[in-house]
Design a protein around this ligand. Sequence first.
Ligand SMILES: [Zn+2]
Length: 154
Amino acid sequence: MKKEQQLKTTIQKQLKKSGFKMTPQRAALVDVLVRHQDQHLTAEKIFMLTKEVSRDIGLATVYRTLEILMNIQVLKKNAINTDGIVRYELIHSRGIQLICKNCGRVIDVDQNFMQRLTSMIAAEYHFQSNHDFNATNIEGLCSECAEKMQDVAK
Ligand SMILES: [Zn+2]
């Protein structure tokens, strides 16, 4: 519960920092995203859930807000959408993601590694962080693509 609140506050701060106002509709939408962060929701589902709290929200506002959240790197479209339906997920809950520049593959850095990394940061920089990595993407090549590139170079 406390973690959810923290996450909401972080997102709200980021919106403000980027010059966006926190309207009640946006707050309700952020709340929905945070509460359902383990599920990857479609825009329609987000709209329905937000409407339960904020009756006057329209689908257009939902899309616009999702767009804004993606622009400030809080939200992203799910990379795997085999059925062609766009689903959204909070980047924030995921910590660090490794993104292959060649094939677009996304590798989530697991919680164990994140824990090791935060303790390393604490030791090295005397900076306490609670895995609060904010949309950290590391771009590069996945093992498969790196191998393929090597083959080409030969
Ligand atoms: Zn790749």
